[in-house]
Ligand binder design. Structure first.
Ligand SMILES: *[C@@H]1O[C@H](CO)[C@@H](O)[C@H](O)[C@H]1NC(C)=O
Ligand SMILES: *[C@@H]1O[C@H](CO)[C@@H](O)[C@H](O)[C@H]1NC(C)=O
Ligand SMILES: *[C@@H]1O[C@H](CO)[C@@H](O)[C@H](O)[C@H]1NC(C)=O
Ligand SMILES: *[C@@H]1O[C@H](CO)[C@@H](O)[C@H](O)[C@H]1NC(C)=O
Ligand SMILES: *[C@@H]1O[C@H](CO)[C@@H](O)[C@H](O)[C@H]1NC(C)=O
Ligand SMILES: *[C@@H]1O[C@H](CO)[C@@H](O)[C@H](O)[C@H]1NC(C)=O
Length: 552
């Protein structure tokens, strides 16, 4: 036994030395584990599920290794997405992918899961999620424990670098940037950082996501390493290089104006405030962030929004009350068939729309819960996402994602009339159709909206449409409906067979969709006459249609 020890040691040391030198010389797939999450729901038919998962994973691997892609999605049979940092070699990317797959298999038959490493990110779900960047949960970060050797200087340079990356990355094709910045005192030390969004995000989705990860990663400084993530993006900085010099991105062309301050303002500030002043401002900014950010604990197994069928997040009434400044008039976004809608700002800086439903009957309250559970699991890029709810007395609050550009009707005949281009109009019609097709056919139950109208179509920062209020129409109290049967709809948009006979199929939505499309094309309201002599929109279209037949 005694004679065996030295030999073992030698072998071990030799092996370690070999593997270390191999790594240093050739490759590093950067498989340092950061976080993972498994959905709490398991597939019912395991055999089927694993078959499907395997074929989706095989498809992804093929795209990465054969087509040498750094970002890949697959729609069939399971929705899956993979992304590598662009500075990795293709071989390292494939190697990171293999590690990710073996790690994610630890989620067993969970219907959704994700795993994040320094070098790559893998996620799968049973519903499409490629546009999702900032779900309610799923953000976090990790910091190293050691401070950088020149903490103040390091922090100043790192904040400036990360800020630049936050600004530039959403404007760069492919949403990836790697950059470094010298610490001023000597030419050797530097801070290195990358930022990346999933390529299927919209520029505004990328921007919002990086805004959140930026404030999280800021909390790591002046530690020498930090990482922060959200569902759709990733940021990392370090005092040691983790990408080759020739992999840096020239971000200067993307830093131009657009961050809020105009060039002129910046020039003025730059002129007035000298170098030392700038450092003070950055420090003050940092302190402000420190004071304003709530401690964000990073939990192991943090479910990163592998949200499938998890039911809605239940908010406390108090939180929503303060987020909307006590439902103040100034925060009011509008009034719908169901109650008032307010803009709110959650403590993590995310904007939300809070819909307040008042005086609901007991029947509605009972139906409410199952309905909310159902619709909170609907994720589609053309459907407004329900983030959660709260309940207090007769009031029910629904928390939705916030849509920067408000409702479509304002752009058709409201205060923003005439601002939409034809391309935007086309995209809106197309997006609405996709959202409706999802509600009717692709979600696991058919949801009939019943109240499609232009005030229910909301526009995000890029003027892409999302349908609001789906799944709620049947909860409308009887006394507010237009007819004595439980008719839920808006006159002018409602299919005749539903309005008169209460006959309800998904074709009801298709009819209303057609009316909204006519409004988008004509810029006219469907239910009021432009001038007293002309007919309603539909009559006019009908006449034109007849006219065109006669001309033939
Ligand atoms: C899902 O499966 C895992 C492992 O097979 C098990 O530990 C877990 O309890 C299951 N979850 C549910 C909700 O059935
Ligand atoms: C899926 O792939 C894993 C790993 O390659 C394998 O162990 C498992 O048997 C496969 N499952 C099916 C159903 O093909
Ligand atoms: C999977 O989980 C087991 C125990 O739960 C653990 O021992 C193993 O290391 C995990 N595998 C990976 C690749 O993380
Ligand atoms: C690291 O830096 C922070 C902020 O400058 C300081 O509060 C902390 O004491 C430092 N920690 C160590 C171990 O030096
Ligand atoms: C970048 O530099 C490395 C050596 O550090 C070299 O192997 C690689 O080919 C270079 N890549 C490019 C794109 O120039
Ligand atoms: C970025 O987040 C901060 C809070 O962290 C918020 O005040 C600010 O408005 C956000 N900026 C953008 C452009 O969303």
């Amino acid at each position: 036994m005694g004679t065996c020890w030295p030999f073992k040691h030698i072998v071990l040391v030799a092996f370690l030395a070999l593997s270390v030198s191999f790594k240093a010389a050739n490759s590093d797939p950067q498989t340092k584990y950061i976080t993972h999450g498994c959905s709490t729901y398991n597939a019912t038919d395991m055999r089927d599920f694993f078959n499907n998962l395997n074929s989706s994973f095989a498809d992804l691997r093929n795209q990465i290794s054969q087509q040498k892609k750094y970002f890949a999605t697959t729609n069939h049979p399971v929705y899956a997405l993979f992304q590598c940092r662009n500075y990795l070699s293709n071989a390292d990317c494939v190697s990171c992918y293999d590690t990710a797959v073996s790690q994610i298999r630890n989620c067993s038959a969970a219907t959704g899961a994700r795993v994040l490493f320094d070098g790559c990110f893998l996620r799968y779900e049973s519903a499409i999620f490629y546009q999702e960047t900032t779900p309610q949960d799923g953000y976090g970060g990790i910091c190293s424990s050691k401070n950088a050797s020149q903490p103040t200087n390091f922090q100043t340079q790192a904040v400036a670098l990360l800020q630049d990356l936050k600004l530039a990355t959403p404007r760069i094709n492919g949403f990836f940037a790697a950059s470094k910045r010298q610490l001023s005192s000597n030419g050797k030390d530097a801070v290195y950082a990358v930022a990346q969004c999933i390529e299927t995000a919209s520029p505004s989705g990328c921007r919002d996501c990086l805004n959140i990860t930026y404030s999280n990663i800021n909390g790591c400084l002046p530690k020498e390493d930090g990482r922060a993530y959200h569902a759709g993006c990733f940021m990392r900085y370090s005092a040691t290089p983790f990408f080759a010099d020739n992999q840096t991105t020239n971000i200067n062309p993307f830093l131009g104006d657009g961050g809020g301050l105009s060039k002129k303002t910046k020039a003025i500030i730059g002129g007035v405030v000298g170098g030392a002043g700038l450092v003070l401002i950055l420090l003050a900014l940092f302190l402000w962030y420190q004071l304003n950010r709530k401690p964000k604990k990073v939990q192991k197994g943090d479910i990163l929004g592998a949200t499938e069928l998890q039911g809605p997040v239940v908010y406390s009434y108090r939180v929503l009350k303060s987020a909307t400044k006590d439902f103040s008039e100034e925060n009011k976004l509008g009034e719908g068939g169901f109650g008032e809608v307010y803009k709110g700002t959650l403590s993590n800086g995310i904007f939300v729309a809070v819909k307040k439903l008042s005086l609901i009957s007991d029947r509605v309250k009972a139906e409410f819960e199952s309905e909310v559970r159902l619709i909170s699991n609907v994720h589609h890029r053309n459907l407004v996402r329900l983030l959660g709810c709260a309940d207090k007395g007769a009031d029910l609050l629904l928390v939705y994602e916030y849509m920067a550009n408000g409702s479509l009707d304002r752009y058709l005949y409201g205060e923003k009339k005439g601002l939409l281009s034809w391309k935007q109009r086309f995209n809106i019609i197309f997006g609405m159709a996709r959202g409706l097709a999802y509600l009717h056919e692709q979600y696991h139950v058919c949801i009939i909206h019943r109240d499609i109208k232009s005030s229910n179509i909301l526009l995000d920062g890029d003027f892409l449409p999302k349908i609001a209020d789906f799944g709620l129409a049947k909860l409308l109290p009887d006394d507010r409906s237009h007819l004595s049967t439980r008719f839920a709809g808006t006159l002018g948009y409602t299919a005749p067979e539903y309005a008169t006979k209460g006959h309800l199929t998904e074709k009801v939505d298709t009819y209303s969709f057609g009316i909204v499309a006519l409004e988008i094309i004509s810029g006219m309201r469907c239910n009021t006459k432009v001038d007293p002599d002309s007919g309603y929109l539909l009559e006019q279209v009908y006449l034109i249609f007849l006219g065109s037949l006669l001309i033939r």
